[in-house]
Write a protein that binds this ligand. Structure first.
Ligand code: UDP
Length: 239
């Protein structure tokens, strides 16, 4: 079931169901785009027709961020749980190791995707990493990067360029990569590579990950102001 919030469809799925959907994409062949939607993206899509169209075209849109879960509840159609980029990535990597899917890690600063791949292989023996590439390429190199992914014969591509850059890249180039599915995962490679810490479990349980990130990366306050403003807009629309 898709829940519509501010004109954007969000798939009301548990993590296990989201993994099944992606497994279906890999089996049927590509290209399928997966967006883990956070409030900032939703807010920007309200004012940017290109972003709105791109989310509407996506094959799977999960509720990343407590703000989106909350917005669905306000709209009277709750989603079963949060499906964040990093959690979805880790669940899919586990599945990839079991199924023999070839995964590709695209994004983050030079060296980070390599380190993340190393740690994933250690943690999920049998995982095939078809290739990695950093995310700091120029616009005139974008097509060449898609060509590298194609050469690596990846089934499943994780794109960590930050939102909405990763979604725009996936929309434009996924088909050229030949991968069956791509998932936008934001800063997940930094977390997996140990460059950025995740909030402690107790904070995640209390839905305070946003506070942890704000304290550890003060530059995020602008984005979080956008989220608050989205919350105000939703209250106006539903209240
Ligand atoms: N990034 C990248 N290329 C760019 C800009 C950003 O590869 O041109 C990477 C950056 O190094 C980081 C990730 O994209 O690993 C963005 O993480 P962030 O947590 O800011 O993303 P969000 O979760 O907000 O989408």
């Amino acid at each position: 079931m898709r829940v519509s919030v501010l004109g954007v469809g969000i798939d009301a799925l548990t993590m296990a169901e989201a993994v099944e959907r992606v497994a279906g994409f890999v089996k049927s062949g590509g290209p399928h785009r997966v967006i883990t939607l956070n409030p900032e993206f939703l807010y920007r899509a309200r004012f940017d027709g290109r972003l709105l169209a791109l989310v509407r075209r996506a094959d799977l849109v999960t509720a990343d961020g407590v703000g989106i879960v909350w917005a669905c509840r306000m709209a009277g159609r709750p989603v079963p749980e949060r499906v964040t980029g990093i959690d979805l990535m880790l669940s899919l990597v586990e599945r990839a190791a079991a199924e023999g899917w070839r995964v590709y890690l695209l994004g983050a600063a030079p060296g980070v995707a390599e380190e993340a791949a190393k740690r994933l292989i250690l943690h999920y023996p049998g995982l095939t990493v078809a290739g990695v590439h950093h995310g700091y390429f120029r616009e005139d190199e974008e097509a060449a990067v898609a060509g590298l992914v194609r050469k690596a014969r990846a089934d499943l591509l994780f794109v960590a360029l930050g939102a909405p850059k990763q979604e725009i890249w996936m929309d434009r180039y996924l088909e050229e990569t030949g991968a069956a599915a791509a998932v936008g995962v934001g800063g997940s490679f930094d977390v997996i590579a140990g460059r950025v810490k995740r909030a402690p479990a107790w904070m995640r349980r209390l839905h305070l990950e946003w506070l942890y990130r704000l304290l550890s990366e003060p530059s995020r306050w602008r984005r979080q102001v956008a989220c608050r403003s989205l919350r105000g807009r939703l209250l106006k629309n539903t209240g």
